[in-house]
Design a protein around this ligand. Structure first.
Ligand SMILES: N[C@@H](CCC(=O)N[C@@H](CS)C(=O)NCC(=O)O)C(=O)O
Length: 212
């Protein structure tokens, strides 16, 4: 039985949940209460010395870090594939680069914007909000160009697209528009949000703005 150690709103945990759902794998969810410091306890640090969620346990195999977990899942449970095939080295590298880009240049910025926007109005740093929104806008413009003529970032749906889903969903909650002027992103986001596995993440009947 697979166990996933995750915290409710962690975008990296959400990446893993999408991958598990895409592969039709059932799992037991173990909620790690970050506010209570569960991730700093010795039992958890034995699973991940960085003290971060998500961590996946597959029988006696322990894997941490969403990117490494999703790659492990693709190796161990190859169907349906979530990375381009091994022979397609360039496309495989492209998929990994996009996932890395999502993790470093998109998701943290969206998360920081969420945190800043959640503060009482008097405590919000308007300059920081503006800088974060500009950074997010630059990523969206770049993705819009990269998606020209493509259904998904590495042609077929892959870990690259999964990497962006949590951030894209959160943008809805923040009222950040991905369109107009970015038709390729709009079509891509439509394709992503139509997938049952994304809908599962959203929860039955939940709206995009309720996800994070
Ligand atoms: N690169 C890691 C990032 C994981 C991460 O930052 N998780 C956050 C929650 S969303 C966490 O555990 N934070 C606790 C901490 O850093 O102390 C991944 O992709 O899994």
């Amino acid at each position: 039985m697979i166990k996933l150690y995750d915290a409710g709103n962690c975008p990296y945990g959400q990446k893993v949940r999408i991958a598990l759902a895409e592969k039709g794998l059932s799992y037991e969810l173990v909620t790690v209460d970050l506010a209570a410091g569960d991730h700093r306890r010795p039992e958890f640090l034995r699973l991940n010395p960085y003290g971060r969620v998500p961590v996946l346990m597959d029988e006696d195999v322990v894997v941490y870090d969403s990117t490494i977990i999703n790659e492990y899942l693709d190796d161990e449970y190859p169907s349906p594939p979530l990375l381009p095939r091994v022979e397609a080295s360039a496309m495989r590298a492209l998929s990994r680069m996009f996932e890395d880009f999502a993790d470093n240049s998109f998701t943290p910025q969206v998360d920081q914007l969420l945190a800043e926007s959640a503060k009482p109005e008097a405590e919000r740093d308007a300059n920081r909000i503006q800088r974060l929104r500009q950074a997010i806008d630059r990523v969206l413009d770049y993705l819009n160009r990269q998606l020209q003529g493509r259904h998904f970032l590495a042609d077929e749906f892959s870990v690259a697209d999964i990497g962006f889903v949590p951030g894209l969903l959160a943008l809805g909650a923040l009222g950040v528009e991905i369109s107009p002027g970015r038709p390729n992103i709009e079509a891509w986001a439509g394709r992503l949000f139509e997938r049952p596995t994304t809908r599962e993440l959203l929860g039955a009947g939940a709206s995009l703005s309720e996800i994070r």
